[in-house]
Design a protein around this ligand. Structure first.
Ligand SMILES: [Zn+2]
Length: 236
């Protein structure tokens, strides 16, 4: 069974939606062709979760990774979702959501850090919203995350970590502080809080993301990926 909305039809829209890296940022007030052409956030979320269910069951379709698929995309891209995921080798979004080339706009940094991550991470996300018309942003944490575990340990031990790791891990500490106020496993809770902090940060991020989220044109969701089962669950 193939996806109900196909980016395959975007190939035909390439002339209409020729927004390139060099084009000026589209003011949100004027709805661009890209935004009109993009599927809505709920349909995209369903598509991702359906793909994850295929991955969990071992019935993946491995869509759109043949020469004709990527050749079609060579002039333009129409990703359906932005995924902010951990750099961890076990969390590759295209694979675990059973998506193809051109489907996902992926930003991966250790600990899927958003808050405090600076212009590179936030600007990447904003670009995909403003220029590519993406309507769903997912912050994806995962079980047994080394970066979050390091943040928990670092708070407890107060020992400096080498290189830039120290500064990076400090960005996760607000999540650890929140997790400490909750019952249960500190690492699991910190992974969840880290996702929620990322979602909160993005929902309030001006000027590109906050307005469309408030107006219901753009959705930001949090989720976690379980390494053992392969399942992605939404975090509320
Ligand atoms: Zn991780």
């Amino acid at each position: 069974m193939h996806h109900k909305f196909s980016r395959r039809h975007f190939a035909g829209l390439a002339g209409v939606t020729s927004l390139g890296l060099c084009s000026a940022l589209t003011p949100w007030a004027s709805i661009s062709a890209a935004q009109v052409a993009s599927p809505n956030a709920d349909d995209v979320l369903k598509d991702l979760l359906d793909g994850n269910a295929r991955f969990v069951s071992g019935n993946t379709e491995g869509p759109r990774r043949a020469p004709r698929d990527f050749a079609l995309l060579s002039e333009t891209q129409r990703p359906e979702a932005i995924i902010i995921a951990c750099a961890d080798s076990r969390v590759p979004p295209e694979i675990l959501f059973d998506q193809g080339v051109g489907d996902l706009f992926v930003v991966r940094v250790a600990g899927n850090i958003v808050s405090g991550a600076g212009a590179v991470v936030k600007g990447s996300i904003e670009y995909a919203v403003a220029e590519l018309g993406v309507k769903l942003i997912m912050v994806l944490g995962h079980s047994n995350c080394g970066a979050v575990k390091a943040a928990v340990k670092h708070i407890n031990d107060q020992d400096p970590l080498p290189g830039a790791i120290d500064e990076m891990v400090k960005l996760i500490q607000p999540a650890v502080s929140r997790a400490k106020q909750r019952p249960g496993d500190i690492v699991e809770n910190a992974i969840r809080e880290n996702v929620l902090l990322g979602v909160e940060r993005l929902k309030g991020l001006e000027p590109i993301i906050k307005g469309p989220v408030a107006a219901g044109h753009l959705k930001v969701v949090g989720a976690t990926y379980d390494l053992a089962s392969g399942r992605v669950r939404l975090v509320d």
